[in-house]
Design a protein around this ligand. Structure first.
Ligand SMILES: [Zn+2]
Ligand SMILES: [Zn+2]
Length: 384
């Protein structure tokens, strides 16, 4: 959302105390200026989207309040988001069609991929929201429950989301007769088209209130801060998303709420490296352990592991321990633990160790002389 880094008031060129009428006027002025059909500057489209986004927020009392309080209105407000693109040119130029012949808005919504008729705060469903969460690899292995704090528009408790004050009566909207939609006929260059659009009078709810709730001004939702427990299943991978249905922004007057999408980031581990569902680690063994074989204790995420190093292991060999890797997300057998062996050649030897190695060296035979010790021979071997 690059546009949201700019201040919405600045984008429209109004002060923070501007009233609804001033904001509307400023929007029309700016939108006319940057409409890509009348402004050929390369950044006109971007600026135009920015103006729309700012107006989308500042023209909606609920969103504006949230923006003033939190500096954001959650995900989906930006360009390309539902309802972000549609603007009726007739609206901008103040004409009721007149000589225009066809409605640029239709073309424009297709151009921006917007939902026809879904513009300017008419969306009733709550938006999806996005959050990030960081967990450790241990937590990814066992699964974890984490609490997150989320600022969003939540259902108004005072009116239970209905938007009506106590004792208020709800009547069928006289404009749309309760359908929430208004059908308009439009002349386009393809002929007369019937378009169903949202009813502005009732915000497409089909109902009007004679006495709206004080807390939410009739929208049925208020900015709120909530603590949500997110259950992270075992085996989750870095970057994977968890969708919590209905935990996003509340809808207008009990319309469907959006989802909360939590992106899980798994921090890298100190010594265990994950590849898919397998875990990799390094273990250092002595040259005698490599030659004779050994049993090692290797720390894992869920349990410690006995690792059998076979006799004759070489530097760089690896040992696979089946079923001791990460749990499989959504079930199934666990991945494997792969232990990469590093053979350490001693840099300092005691007198006794030196004697034993010389003895061993002689035992190896193979034309080796007394003068050429085991270490020398190893170096020869390394040289190829
Ligand atoms: Zn309310
Ligand atoms: Zn209506």
């Amino acid at each position: 959302m690059p546009a949201s880094t700019r201040d919405y008031y600045e984008v429209l060129g109004v002060t923070k105390s501007a009233n609804a009428e001033e904001i509307k006027k400023a929007f029309r002025r700016k939108a006319r200026e940057f409409h890509p059909d009348v402004n050929s500057a390369p950044d006109a489209e971007e600026r135009f989207k920015e103006v729309n986004e700012a107006y989308d927020v500042l023209s909606d009392p609920g969103k504006r309040e949230q923006y003033d309080r939190f500096g954001t209105v959650g995900r989906g407000v930006g360009a390309g988001g539902p309802g972000g693109g549609y603007v009726d040119l007739n609206d901008l130029f103040g004409g009721g069609g007149g000589g225009a012949g066809f409605d640029m808005g239709d073309l424009f919504s297709a151009f921006f991929g917007g939902v026809s008729g879904g513009g300017r705060g008419m969306r009733r469903e709550g938006r999806d929201m996005a959050m990030g969460m960081r967990i450790t690899l241990e937590e990814a292995a066992t699964g974890v429950e984490k609490e997150i704090v989320i600022d969003r528009l939540a259902t108004c408790e005072a009116c239970k989301g209905t938007g009506a004050a106590e004792g208020a009566s709800v009547a069928t909207c006289p404009d749309c007769h309760g359908s929430g939609q208004k059908v308009t006929e439009r002349r386009t260059f393809l002929g007369v088209m019937q378009t169903a659009g949202p009813c502005e009078r009732c915000g497409s709810s089909g109902q009007v209130l004679d006495n709206p709730c004080d807390e939410c001004e009739g929208s049925g939702r208020v900015p709120d801060r909530d603590h949500i427990t997110v259950v992270v299943p075992a085996g989750i991978r870095d970057g994977q998303q968890i969708r919590l249905r209905g935990i996003g922004e509340a809808g207008i007057r009990n319309a469907a709420a959006g989802d909360l999408i939590v992106t899980v980031r798994v921090a890298p581990h100190e010594f265990l490296h994950r590849e898919g569902d397998d875990l990799h680690c390094k273990a250092t063994i002595t040259m005698t352990q490599a030659a004779l074989g050994a049993e090692l204790e290797v720390c894992g995420l869920i349990e410690d592991n006995e690792v059998k190093v076979p006799a004759g292991s070489q530097h760089g060999d690896s040992v696979r321990v089946k079923g001791r890797g990460m749990p499989r997300y959504g079930g199934g057998s666990r991945g494997d633990l792969i232990v990469h062996l590093g053979v350490e050649i001693p840099k300092k030897l005691s007198k006794r160790q030196k004697e034993l190695l010389h003895e061993l060296d002689t035992e190896f035979g193979d034309g080796a002389t007394e003068e050429k010790g085991a270490l020398e021979r190893l170096k020869d071997w390394l040289r190829g």
